[in-house]
Every structure is written in structure tokens, then in C-alpha cells.
Design a protein around this ligand. Sequence first.
Ligand code: ZN
Length: 451
Amino acid sequence: MTVLYAEHLLTNAGWVRSARVHLTQGRIATIQIGAAPQAGDERHAVIVPAVSNLHSHAFQRGMAGLAEMRGPGNDDFWSWRDTMYRFASRMSPQQLQAVAAQAYMEMLEAGYCRVGEFHYLHHDIDSRPYGDPGEMVARIAAAAEDTGIGLTLLPVFYAHSSFGGQPPRPAQARFITDLDSYARIVERSREVVASLPAGVAGVAPHSLRAVTPDELAQVVRLLPGKPVHIHIAEQMNEVRDCVAWSGLTPVRWLLENAAVDARWCLVHATHVDSDELKGIAHAGAVAGLCPVTEANLGDGIFPAADFLAAAGRFGVGTDSNVCISLSGELALLEYTQRLSRKARNVIGLHSRSTGAALFERALHGGAAALGVSTAGITEGNAADLVSLSIEEPAMICRAGDSLIDSWLFASQSGVVDCVWVGGQRLVEQGCHRQRRRVRHAYAEAMKELCA
Ligand code: ZN
């Protein structure tokens, strides 16, 4: 049995001092509060729960920074997507695994314990299916196993280029499946996550652009009770095209035509009105917010304060992985609300600080979206933990919620010290245990991709 001693411990019941956390078989067995440390205890100043990253396209980590040049006209999401398609068209299974492992390692070093991989790179470079339809999902699972991050694998169903069943574009050929071939990829996804500790498989209709109503209904039925993730209203063009097709905005269409419930995660529900926000909240779905990517792509600002007023749940995701930072996502989420409302401390609770309120909501919303029923530090839960360094200047003389505030809003890096997933310590002094090897494989893959 491992015992962690924390001077400050953020439990699901709030902060406690001088706690001994007993870990057995990957879980938190008992928590002793107000105890003295004992010989053999691992001593840490601050321990908080690790958070789920609910939305990632791991392969895009390799193109981070390659789409920051303005073209001849207005640059937007769609020109970024062209760059992404060119990058995706060249990637081999081995390269995907190396790039995903690098992304997952960085997520762990940022304080994430689990990733929701929204995976759509299914076919070979020539667009033909691999002999094993699960070739690429197995590579994602291998990258998760290699780094130790928890995996919720969300194979994507992608069949059309736009609303009303438009034929796919040539650049989308590696992503495209029919329902039968998709079902085989889902089955292989179930198999590969079964070999991982706490692996989960769900389904991911890519967007209302990419599926027909009938296909959506069939995809959602494939894995009863498991997570359903969809890109929903990221771009105004997408909203306008949906209205032209159906007379309804994407969120309204989904709420009226699908049995949206707590299984669902609506990623990029950026462009919504107040009734739609209430509808998402009432359905119990999680809003998947990716503030750094949404800012990078110029998507828009999700009205988070109105959503929380409607008792909505949210989690955060690193999406394009342009910059992997848990503190960065949560700080930017709050800052975009401040900028749009010309106010401070928008996503707050009266009894908690803004940072603590953001962190707690992302913790529980992220886990729920990834099919994990319970999150946070309490007896019986998985030992998914982060220790924070109080040596960093921003963290000196902090206690309680101000530890979270100073981490999210006032530090550059270096605050995350150790990270445990299922009781395994994967990160020490801010560095993943396999950092040199994972980084070397990533560098080799990138040299090949950029040649
Ligand atoms: Zn996405």
C-alpha cells in the first residue's frame, strides 16, 4: 500500500489539512485527516484531483503552429482545416502512435488523467481500409497504454461533407466510413480499450454536417449507455447551413430530433441562444468547451455564465492540442467571459473562488462526459491525483482555494509536480517518467512527416 501525505488536500468535501491518503489497487482506500506523517509516507504540500480532458484530436499535436500565417483573404477555421487535412493525409499508423503519445504525455504533465480521443483518422494513406479496421484505434490505445493516461476512445462516424448527405470531399477520404465499416471500428475500439485499465469506448457522430438523421440514430444505438460526443455549433457558417437545410439551428435540431441525455457531450456548443442553453442543461448533457482551440480558430465565445445559471454542466478539452495546458484552458474560459461581459469573476460561486469553481466543474463535467461515474478525491474513487509545487513564486503563502487560483491565473508553468493515474505515479517533478523516449519517437515521426 502507498500512503501519500498532503499538507493541503482538496477532497470532494472541500479542503482538508494534514491528510494521509492510503492507495490500494489503484484506488483511494482511506483518507485520514489531521494526521501526522509517518515513516514511509510520500510527502507532498498540495494534492488535488486530476481532471479529464474531454476532447482531443491527438494527431493534430504535430501540426501545432503550422497554421499561423494569414492567407490572402480573411483567415478562419476553414483555411486551418485545409492545413489539417494536408497533414492528416500523410500520417502512418506508427507516426500516429508517436504523435499521440507525445500529446498524451503532455496532457499528463499538465494535470490531466484521462483523454476523450475523438478519433477519425481511420483509413490508410491511399484511403483504403486497413486489413484490420481497428489499426488506427489500436495505435491510439497503444499511445494511451504507453503513457498511462486513461482513455475514452470515441471513434468518429463521418460520411458527408455537409448537411443533407452531401458527398464527402477527396481530402476527407481517410475519415469516411459507411455504417457497417463504422460498426466494425466501434467493435475493435471496444476490444482495444478492454485491455486498458479503466478504458471506455463511446461513439462520435462527427457533426450534423457529416451524418444524416438516420445515420445519427443508428450510430447512437451502437453502444447503449456509453458516451456520445458530437461537434455541434462551432462555426457560424455551420449554423447558417443547418438553418438552410432544416430551418433550425444545430443545437435546436439536435434537441428536437435526438434523445439527448446525460450520455451526450456537445462539443463546441459555441453559437447558442438562451433557450438552447436551457435545453442542453435540462437534458443533462455536458458542454464540451475547448477555449484555447476555440480562440486559436476564431470560433467565438460560449456563453458560459448563462449556461451555469441554467445549471448546465461543462468540461474542458484540448481539441487541436495547439497548446496543452489545463490551467490555460480554465483561465481562458474565465477570461473570455470577462472580456465579453466587461466584468470580473464571472464563473464563480458565492462560497468558492473563481479558480476553484472552474476546476470543480471541469473535474465532474469532464469525467461524466467520458463515461466515468465518479471523480475527485474521496474514499473508493480511482487514485487520479496531482500534487502541486509550492516552490513556484505564484504559489508561495497560498492556502485553500487561492492555491487553485494562483495555479490557474498566476503561474507560467512548473506548478504541476507529480501526477498519478489509477495510483501509478506517471509524472515526477513535472516530467513524465518516459519523457525522453516518448519525445525521441515523436521527433523521429515529425522528421519523417516534415521531410
Ligand atoms: Zn474537435
